[in-house]
Design a protein. Structure first.
Length: 230
């Protein structure tokens, strides 16, 4: 669909950052996850073929607004600043930022983050909120969320602020870390679409609605997020 880049008209190009399980991540050489399946289902509804492009998280919105990609699907939180660059579809998931610390950490909630070093993925809402809302925080930006988690394991930083479901996946992969009960923020994920592409926005919303109504969306989510993990 993208006008430039020599893409076929029947290709729907998805910009993402595949460092974000369970929404998008590599399994062997393939990008899989909730967002990929949702986008595949949307492309199917539109009679198109999905093409996934992996890039840095902070390149996803520019790729969409410049028309290099048709849709940005990256566990992307609807946020007023981003709305200045792209439109968002209807939301498809609830999320929150949580705090990961070492099991023996004295940090017990958001208030204890004051003056601490906090690892985040560059350009995410965890990055913005930590920088804007935590007093005297030393925010360390990593290009991948898991790098922040590794830095925490190595004792280089005091905490990581990241989306809840991704936090659960990362903590499973690491040793000696825990997620604090108190969430930092509540957010919702949606698909980013270029501001001048109302036609696609409408089509995507229609496809999302039918995925919600048919139960297909819940099915996709259940495949990746087990019920006991909220
Ligand atoms: N929900 C957060 C945000 O919108 C983090 C998203 C990170 N996504 C990714 N694919 N790395 O900023």
């Amino acid at each position: 669909m993208a006008a430039c880049g020599g893409k076929e008209d029947d290709t729907l190009t998805m910009a993402t950052n595949a460092e974000f399980p369970p929404y998008e991540y590599y399994e062997n050489d393939e990008i899989v996850g909730i967002d990929v399946e949702i986008a595949t289902a949307i492309a199917e509804e539109l009679g198109m073929k999905l093409e996934v492009e992996d890039m840095a998280f902070d390149s996803v919105i520019p790729a969409v607004s410049s028309g290099k990609a048709d849709i940005g699907v990256a566990g992307m939180t609807v946020d007023p600043d981003r709305l200045e660059s792209v439109n968002f579809s209807d939301t498809y998931a609830d999320a929150s930022q949580v705090i990961i610390v070492k099991e023996d950490s004295a940090i017990a909630g958001p208030a204890d983050l004051e003056g601490k070093s906090i690892g985040v993925q560059l350009g995410t809402t965890g990055d913005t909120y930590s920088s804007e809302n935590v007093k005297d925080a030393k925010v360390e930006q990593y290009s991948k969320g898991f790098e922040a988690v590794q830095a925490l394991t190595q004792g280089k930083i005091d905490a990581v602020v990241i989306d809840s479901h991704t936090a659960k996946e990362f903590v499973k992969e690491a040793e000696g870390l825990k997620i604090l009960d108190e969430a930092f923020t509540e957010e919702e994920y949606a698909i980013g679409i270029a501001k001048d592409n109302d036609e696609l926005l409408e089509k995507v919303n229609k496809a999302l609605k039918s995925l919600k109504e048919s139960g297909k969306l819940d099915e996709i989510v259940a495949e990746y997020i087990k019920a006991d993990a909220e």
